[in-house]
Design a protein around this ligand. Structure first.
Ligand code: IPE
Ligand code: IPE
Ligand code: MG
Length: 253
């Protein structure tokens, strides 16, 4: 094994192969609100409301189980393609939760962090979101990362642009760019990579979620639509994860 390989396997910021236990970072693609509402003959808004309730349940169970990072894909950079009415429904729900539920989250020890292009949201939402990040800054039981107008490709492109600007300014040389420096320019800078990525509602795709960061994540796809996701489903995905063997390219011992 070369020195470089050895560093990759044992370096402090690189994972070590072996049995997976409790994931430190769970990321969820919360899909299926629309189908859940359709099946019940309800308007889309009812599906998104029920989805928001599932978010609250999931935060509570993540804390109970000792997960330290929970990233929720709430709105993709492509979700702006939906009708103005649906976008307004989703924006309205987001506004309500930012205004009325952050204090409760904070009491539970949750730190909120937002990744994505917040500038595409109305100014009051941008302000509420930044305020929520500030008031929860000191909490450390769980970091709840909300992906809002997030796109994995856009994340990689803005990181590349930042690297290019740093080179152009003479702050770094081009050959100093390595994976860890590049990762520090992503919106997820300072966060551990997701150990487990869950998608609900039967689709087996990433839909532009955390593309760089999920390189070695374990993927679990459930048929359950997001509004029905509860504590038992959370335990099921933790159990599935615990049976996975993570290798990171190494030969298992
Ligand atoms: C996920 O549910 C919520 C968002 C993407 C904002 P969907 O609204 O995508 O639900 P389906 O896929 O139409 O059932
Ligand atoms: C992914 O779901 C985005 C979120 C869950 C926020 P979509 O419903 O937008 O994904 P596609 O369009 O089915 O790929
Ligand atoms: Mg969907």
């Amino acid at each position: 094994m070369t020195k470089e390989d050895d560093q990759v396997l044992s370096g402090s910021d690189h994972p070590v192969a072996g049995a997976a236990c409790l994931p430190e970072h769970v990321a969820i693609i919360m899909d299926g609100n629309g189908r859940w509402a359709n099946m019940r003959g309800l308007p889309l808004l009812a599906g998104h409301r029920a989805g928001a309730e599932a978010v609250q349940r999931t935060v509570t169970v993540a804390i109970k189980r000792g997960v330290k990072w929970l990233t929720l894909y709430a709105f993709s950079s492509e979700n702006w393609r939906r009708t103005p009415g649906e976008v307004a429904d989703l924006t309205g729900l987001l506004r309500f939760y930012l205004r009325h539920k952050v204090a409760e989250l904070s009491r539970e020890g949750v730190r909120l962090r937002i990744i994505g292009d917040l500038t595409r949201f109305p100014p009051d939402i941008q302000e509420e979101a930044r305020r929520a990040e500030q008031v929860t800054m000191g909490n450390d039981r769980l970091v709840l990362v909300l992906a809002l107008s997030y796109g994995g490709r856009a994340d990689i492109v803005q990181a590349a642009a930042r690297m290019a600007q740093a080179v152009a300014r003479g702050d770094i040389a081009a050959d100093e760019i390595d994976e860890s420096l590049f990762a520090s320019a992503l919106l997820t800078a300072g966060m551990p990579d997701p150990d487990l990525v869950v998608r609900t509602s039967g689709e087996s795709r990433l839909s532009n979620f955390l593309l760089w960061q999920s390189a070695y994540a374990e993927l679990v796809f459930l048929d359950t639509p997001w509004p029905d996701f509860d504590e038992a489903h959370f335990d099921t995905v933790l159990e599935i994860y615990s049976r996975r063997e993570r290798r990171f390219g190494a030969r298992p011992a």
